[in-house]
Ligand binder design. Structure first.
Ligand SMILES: Nc1ncnc2c1ncn2[C@@H]1O[C@H](COP(=O)(O)OP(=O)(O)OP(=O)(O)O)[C@@H](O)[C@H]1O
Length: 393
C-alpha cells in the first residue's frame, strides 16, 4: 500500500491564473438557521481543499452556493475569475464551470457508463465528445466498462464513473459531497486514493466535503474547518492538527484534552507539573488552557502519584489509557500495543519531550502573551492561585 502524504510545500502554485474559486463574505440564512456566515475562502488552481465540520455546520450549503443551487444573501462568488453570484448577478448552475460528485453517485440508471460520462458534453461536436469520454474513462481506468449500465457496476466503479462525468467538461472546480461515505470500509480507502490521485494527476481544483477527520487531514492540501456557518480555520493539515486556532478545532480535529495552566516566567505549568518553556513569555503571568493530545502524554507507573489509570481501551496497534488526575480531570495517553497499565495503577503523567502544546485564552489559541492596554498581564483565573499554591511557591 502506498501512503500518500501531502504537505503545504507540495500544494500547487499558479501565480498567473486567477484563483479557481473565491468566496468573499458569502452568507446564506434559512429563517433563523445559519447556512453560511461571511465566508471568506480562496482556492488556488489545482488545490484540493477538504471541508469538514459537525452536522449542520454549513458544509453542504457552501457547496450548493458554489454550484449555484443556492443564491447567497450577501457576498460575492467567483469561479476562475468570473463573478457567478453577487448582489446583482446570478449564474445558473448549468452555466458555471463546476463538476459535482455526490455521495450516492447520482448516475442515470437508463444510460450506459459512456453515455453517463457524455452527459455534460452535449454541446460539443460528436467526435470531440467521443474522444473526451474515452480519455476520462481511461483516466479512471474504466474504458473496459463503457457499455455497462450503472446497476452492473460495483460501488467503487460507480463512484469512478461519477468522477469521470464531473471531469469530462473540464470544470474549473469539482465539488465532491461526501463521495466515499456510501462505500464500505475496505473499498473506501482504495477509492479515496484513486480519486485523489486522479484529481492531482489532472491538476483539478476540488472542494471535498467529509465527516471523517482522518480523510480531511490525509487528502487535502488544505483543510477548512466549519462550525455554526463560519470558517473556524483554513490551513494546511499539519497546522490544523498541530496548531488549532480555537478550542473547537482542537477538539473536533482529533482527540484533545484541556487543562487549566499558567505561563509564569516563560514556564508553562499545570496540574501535572512543568509542561514546557514558552520562549518570549519571560515577563508574563497568564492563565491559559493547555491542549494536550493523547500522543503527547507520557505515563509511567509511580506508586507515589495521585493520578490513576481509570480506563484502558485496546485499539490494536495502540492502547488508549484514560488517567484521572488528583483534580478529577482526565487526560488520555496513547501507549504502544504491548504496554497496558491496568485500571487503578498510579501513574506519573508527563508531556512527551519536544511537545509544543497549543495555549488557549478565552478558547482561542495564543502565540504571544496577551496584555491589557496598559501592558499588564491578563487572564488570571482562580486556577492560577491554585497552581501558585501547588507549584510556584
Ligand atoms: N433548505 C433548507 N431550509 C432550511 N434550513 C436549511 C436548509 N438547508 C440547510 N438548512 C440549515 O442550514 C444549516 C446548515 O445545513 P447544511 O446542510 O449546510 O449543513 P452540513 O454541514 O452539510 O450538515 P450535514 O453534515 O448534516 O450534511 C443547518 O442548520 C440546516 O438545518
Amino acid at each position: 500500500m502506498t501512503v500518500q502524504t501531502v504537505s503545504a510545500d507540495r500544494a500547487p502554485r499558479a501565480e498567473q491564473a486567477p484563483p479557481a474559486l473565491v468566496l468573499d463574505r458569502v452568507s446564506k440564512h434559512y429563517g433563523d438557521s445559519v447556512g453560511a456566515s461571511a465566508l471568506d475562502l480562496t482556492v488556488a488552481p489545482g488545490e484540493l481543499v477538504t471541508l469538514i465540520g459537525p452536522s449542520g455546520c454549513g458544509k453542504s450549503t457552501t457547496l450548493r452556493l458554489v454550484a449555484g443551487l443556492e443564491r447567497p444573501d450577501e457576498g460575492t462568488i467567483r469561479i476562475a475569475g468570473e463573478v457567478v453570484a453577487d448582489g446583482r448577478r446570478f449564474q445558473e448552475p448549468e452555466h458555471r464551470r463546476v463538476g459535482l460528485v455526490f455521495q450516492d453517485h447520482a448516475l442515470f440508471p437508463h444510460l450506459t457508463v459512456a453515455k453517463n460520462v457524455a452527459f455534460g458534453l452535449d454541446r460539443s461536436p460528436r467526435a470531440e465528445r467521443r474522444a473526451r469520454v474515452g480519455e476520462v474513462l481511461e483516466l479512471v481506468r474504466l474504458s473496459h466498462l463503457a457499455d455497462r449500465y450503472p446497476h452492473e457496476l460495483s460501488g467503487g466503479e460507480q463512484q469512478r464513473v461519477a468522477l469521470a462525468r464531473a471531469l469530462a467538461p473540464r470544470p474549473a472546480v469539482v465539488l465532491l459531497d461526501e463521495p466515499f461515505s456510501s462505500l464500505d470500509e475496505s473499498l473506501r480507502a482504495q477509492v479515496r486514493r484513486d480519486t485523489t490521485a486522479t484529481l492531482r494527476e489532472t491538476g483539478t481544483t476540488a472542494v471535498l466535503v467529509t465527516h471523517d477527520q482522518t480523510e480531511a487531514l490525509s487528502v487535502g492540501h488544505r483543510v477548512v474547518v466549519m462550525h455554526d456557518g463560519v470558517i473556524e480555520q483554513a490551513d494546511t493539515p499539519e497546522k490544523v492538527f498541530e496548531q488549532p486556532s480555537t478550542r473547537f478545532v482542537a477538539s473536533f480535529m482529533g482527540d484533545a484534552d484541556f487543562l487549566p495552566a499558567r505561563v509564569h516566567r516563560a514556564l508553562l505549568t499545570c496540574e501535572i507539573g512543568i509542561v514546557s518553556t514558552v520562549p518570549g513569555w519571560a515577563d508574563s503571568d497568564v492563565a491559559v488552557d493547555v491542549v494536550l493530545r493523547p500522543h503527547e502524554v507520557a505515563l509511567r507507573p509511580d506508586p507515589d502519584s495521585p493520578a490513576r489509570v481509570s480506563a484502558v481501551e485496546y485499539h490494536g496497534a495502540f492502547v488508549l489509557h484514560h488517567v484521572r488526575l488528583a483534580s478529577g480531570r482526565t487526560l488520555r495517553s496513547w501507549q504502544p500495543h504491548n504496554v497496558r497499565h491496568p485500571v487503578g495503577t498510579p501513574v506519573a503523567v508527563t508531556v512527551a519531550a519536544g511537545t509544543t502544546p497549543t495555549l488557549l485564552v478565552d478558547d482561542r489559541a495564543v502565540t504571544a502573551p496577551p496584555r491589557t492596554r496598559s501592558g499588564a498581564p491578563v487572564g488570571r483565573s482562580p486556577m492560577s492561585d491554585e497552581l501558585d499554591q501547588t507549584f510556584l511557591r
